[in-house]
Design a protein around this ligand. Structure first.
Ligand code: ZN
Length: 394
């Protein structure tokens, strides 16, 4: 593969609309974004024509069960590990891995190994330490130390709240956890985010409001996710975001995918904007590769499925095409907003010296190409780079 690649003629949303640009990739970085950028003379350079395409920063998916999730229906319902091409063919170039309900048969060390594996295979990956429960499992014995000592760990999560599967912690216990994440993040120049799984429980976000009202922990320390899982939670999420918090929409939670009480993600984003939430306070993640358990009224599992990350691009498309949200706004929800909140300083923008991560779609927002750290991963909608065991099985 040549060191230089020139991407020609795409309409670039950086996420700001920059019109038609050429982009020069040097190694894994963006060397130039300019309408007249050309291939360097005297060096080999691959040239790719992207006329009529839309080029965005590679999507950052801040909530992915990369080692598998689920298990709520017994051992046979544990979902398998994610594969590299499942990620890239979803238009995603950066993932943040997390455990979930099961912090017993799944371990934080295993999650770290998978995180490193995905990086070795070509994308960018980070992770949260912990699982649903409190006290939450760690590698070093504390959330704070994990964040400080282990490069890939940028926060803790997903911690369950307002859910029958949570450890039913008190506000004080959540506060202690958030304090560890906050100080751990400060001492290591990381976000120290607490990624909060919010369930269908009646208490909704009330504990989060109480925790942030009665401590020095700012709302920005938390990312409450699955905020579109029911109407009432969306209303509370909008209130939270208008007070400066982040509301994270889950693209995989939708009436179309069987969550009958959920608000379709693209419509949830529209509602938030109409109700005055700042465009910077909305993010969207997929909950990809986790199980999608279905419960009856008394909490018994009645079925299970696996969530795909492909819902992210579908919902971005629906935000733009159906809900008429401006493209530069919708694209922020999965790029620059996420990079900012997670303090991923080289990610989320098409900008000189940033990582060469791109998601390229046609005018109908169908995936055409993906570059991750300068490597062409998806060509004409098809994966061209695969994980170690995707094509090497007997
Ligand atoms: Zn969750």
């Amino acid at each position: 593969k040549p060191f230089f690649t020139l991407l020609c003629g795409a309409r670039v949303f950086a996420p700001r609309d920059m019109g038609i640009q050429n982009i020069l990739i040097a190694g894994d970085k963006i060397a130039a974004v300019c309408p007249t950028a050309t291939a360097p003379t005297n060096y080999p350079c691959q040239i790719v024509d992207l006329t009529d395409c839309i080029l965005m920063p590679g999507f950052i998916d801040s909530h992915v069960h990369i080692t598998g999730g689920g298990g709520e229906g017994g051992f046979a319902t544990r979902t398998p590990e994610i594969l590299l091409s499942q990620i890239t063919t979803s238009g995603v170039t950066t993932v943040v891995g997390c455990l979930g309900t099961d912090g017993t048969t799944r371990s934080v060390i295993n999650l770290l190994a998978k995180t490193r594996g995905l990086c070795a295979e070509g994308i960018s990956a980070y992770m949260y330490t912990g699982a649903y429960e409190l006290p939450t499992p760690t590698i070093t014995g504390s959330v704070r130390s994990d964040i400080i000592i282990i490069d890939k760990i940028i926060g803790t999560g997903e911690i369950a709240m307002s859910d029958h599967r949570s450890a039913q912690p008190t506000c004080q216990e959540y506060k202690n956890l958030a304090a560890q994440a906050r100080v751990g993040g400060m001492l290591s120049s990381k976000a120290g985010i607490v990624d909060m799984h919010i369930g269908d429980g009646k208490s909704g976000l009330s504990m989060l409001f109480e925790i942030t009202a009665n401590s020095e922990i700012p709302k920005s320390q938390f990312i409450p996710t699955h905020i579109n899982r029911n109407q009432q939670l969306l209303i509370e999420g909008i209130k939270w975001a208008k007070q400066g918090g982040i509301m994270d929409i889950t693209s995989g939670v939708s009436p179309e995918s069987g969550s009958v009480q959920a608000v379709k993600p693209s419509q949830a984003a529209k509602r938030a904007l109409e109700n005055g939430v700042a465009t910077t306070n909305i993010t969207m993640s997929s909950d990809g590769n986790g199980s999608v358990p279905l419960f009856d009224a008394t909490g018994n599992t009645i079925g299970v499925g696996v969530a795909s990350q492909k819902s992210m691009l579908q919902e971005i498309r629906d935000m733009i095409k159906t809900e008429k949200i401006a493209p530069d706004t919708a694209i922020k929800f999965v790029t620059s907003n996420v990079a900012g909140i997670l303090k991923l300083s080289q990610k989320g923008q098409v900008k000189e010296s940033f990582d060469a991560d791109f998601t390229v779609v046609d005018k109908d927002f169908q995936l055409k190409h993906v570059w991750a750290r300068g490597q062409h991963m998806v060509d004409n909608g098809q994966a061209i780079v695969f994980g170690t065991f995707e094509q090497n099985s007997l």
